[in-house]
Design a protein around this ligand. Structure first.
Ligand SMILES: [Zn+2]
Length: 387
């Protein structure tokens, strides 16, 4: 009976959210729907909007630990709608799945979070501790005015959670089989090597930047950065683009441009990697410029209170022994983990949500059979952390 009620509630709210075509960063009223549900539970809500991005902050304050749910209402563009089996913003059931853009990433998670909190407070109105929600409409886009900005505003007010569940679709084959407890850092570099343009028949009057760069690039791609650690695979560098040449076969080009990316673990820092690479390039005698862009530093939640609660909740409702993983791309967890003052302990963050096999694809879907269990898992984590 209880499961059927929860299933119906998560299903209805997921459908309501999918119907709003909230292509990043346009919230399309999704956060109002969530805010109304939370206000009815006694949450204080506030919009921390900026530059067309909507950020909903909702809090039910009490004494004791602070558990925050984080997520996003925006979705990626649909791609050609004619290729969808049913319209992407019309939630449709087929073969045990609910189809629609955002079904898995991450409107079902948002719905499950809300229902989990409703169920918890219905059975325990005097629940101690603080519960909050930070929901942005700019996770899939530039992510500048979203979670990152809202955290800065909240931090200045002295607000900071102890634990955070991000509803990103972390599961691989079955709900709960994988939980993310960290992410690798991502550092982009653009290297420009200068030479002197000239005629290929007169190399003594030119300086070929391709010839100059090749030994350095070979060394760079063969370098062993570290051997990883208990939580992370080894740091890796990949060259993604190389551009040089005028198109003519008789011209030595004057310049070479290389784009590369490092996915790095907690054995490294962005500054340390930059230093190592600059030193290597200087050793090869190159005339170069380097531009860097740090997409995000690595973050890691070590095994502790939150990972134990999440593992136990998943075991309780699915029977699975979950894998704590640091693989995959970036998420807003990278902004939440270091929330606080320098030197302060990190926020414990995990990403826990439905299966991610169809996210960002045509015919995105979520299994109907996973809606109620996802809410029950969230509910169980709330009770384990706050009780
Ligand atoms: Zn997402």
């Amino acid at each position: 009976m209880q499961n059927e009620r929860i299933q119906a509630a998560v299903h209805a709210l997921t459908c309501e959210l999918i119907k709003q075509p909230s292509v990043t960063p346009d919230d399309q009223g999704c956060q109002q729907i969530l805010a109304a549900r939370l206000q009815a539970l006694g949450f204080r809500t506030e919009q921390i909007d900026r530059e067309g991005v909507s950020n909903l902050w909702a809090v039910r304050a009490g004494s004791g630990p602070h558990l925050m749910f984080a997520g996003h209402t925006d979705v990626v563009p649909t791609g050609p709608t004619a290729q969808w089996s049913s319209p992407p913003f019309s939630p449709t059931e087929r073969d045990g799945y609910l189809y629609g853009r955002g079904a898995a990433d991450m409107k079902s998670s948002l719905a499950a979070m809300i229902v989990a909190v409703e169920e918890t407070l219905a059975s325990n109105p005097a629940l101690p501790g603080t519960l909050s929600f930070l929901i942005t409409s700019d996770e899939e886009g530039e992510a500048i005015h979203g979670t990152q900005y809202a955290i800065e505003v909240l931090r200045r007010q002295g607000i900071r959670p102890d634990y955070c569940i991000v509803g990103e679709p972390s599961s691989s084959i079955q709900l709960g089989d994988v939980v993310r407890c960290g992410r690798r850092g991502s550092l982009n570099g653009v290297l420009t090597v200068h030479g002197i343009q000239g005629h290929v028949a007169y190399p003594q009057d030119a300086d070929n930047p391709i010839h100059a760069a090749l030994p350095a690039l070979t060394e760079l791609t063969q370098h062993t950065w570290d051997s990883g650690n208990a939580y992370y695979p080894p740091t890796s560098l990949q060259v993604s683009n190389i551009h040089a040449g005028t198109g003519a076969s008789n011209v030595i080009p004057g310049q070479l441009e290389v784009h590369f990316n490092l996915r790095f673990n907690t054995e490294q820092t962005s500054a340390g990697l930059q230093q190592t690479i600059e030193t290597l390039l200087h050793r090869h005698g190159l005339d170069f410029e380097l531009r860097w862009h740090l997409s995000g530093p690595p973050f890691l939640t070590q095994h502790g209170v939150l990972t134990a609660a999440v593992s136990a909740a998943i075991a309780e409702h699915t029977g699975l022994s979950t894998e704590l993983s640091t693989s995959g791309g970036t998420s807003d967890g990278r902004f939440i983990s270091p929330w606080g003052e320098p030197g302060q302990q990190r926020v414990e963050v995990v990403e826990l949500g439905p299966c991610n096999q169809t996210i960002h694809k045509i015919d995105e879907k979520v299994a109907l059979s996973e809606l109620a269990p996802l809410a029950r898992i969230y509910q169980s984590v709330i009770e384990r952390i706050l009780r």
